[in-house]
Design a protein around this ligand. Sequence first.
Ligand SMILES: [Zn+2]
Ligand SMILES: [Zn+2]
Length: 225
Amino acid sequence: MFHERKSGVAVHRSLAGGNAGDTYTGQAYGDDTICPVCNGLHPIFETQQVYEVARTIVDCIIGGPTMMVGVLRSNDGRYFAACSPANASDGYNAFIGAVTGTHKRFLPSLTIAGNIPDDGTRSRGGLPLNATFIRSCKVNGSPMAGRCAAPKLLHFAIKNLLPRPWVMSEVMYDPAGTSLAYRDYITAPSCSTCAVLLPYMVCPRKQHANLQEFTGLIRNQWGGW
Ligand SMILES: [Zn+2]
Ligand SMILES: [Zn+2]
């Protein structure tokens, strides 16, 4: 985190997508590292309302493994959700059960964002981020790059040109209560892999010199893996 994050501040009307009364929580995604492409910061803030939606989904999951649930709201007030388990896996099915089952009435209308395609994605600026590059963002001991909820949501938002700014939240579903770092119902910050990957994804720059160079740069910054 390289800048002061907004906390408890009312979401400005133009940023709220018509969601009156929403406030920033102080959490943000995509700003854990300075963007290696443009040296800027691209924070995507969490708000109380998106957090509540993510938490409600977690509340409604029955069975399935420990997973991350993410929710993104575009500036036209639409909600999108994703989970860390791959499409059609047991975990994914449990997540889908939560957002389509009897508890659906507690949730806004949600569009599901699934896996990032095998051939990769593009940054907000249009730079290709192929599968090899995405994999190279993995940091030891953290999840496979691109498997988390946040990059799935951002891939979807970028591909579908969802109106910005976006707000986002991730909450962990941890039925066994074994994860100390991400306790049930607590806002989950980016894992160390997403801390590397997300700034590339949300960078608006349309050009860069050499993606490999940037990969090397970020690898050095994190001490290699
Ligand atoms: Zn992650
Ligand atoms: Zn950038």
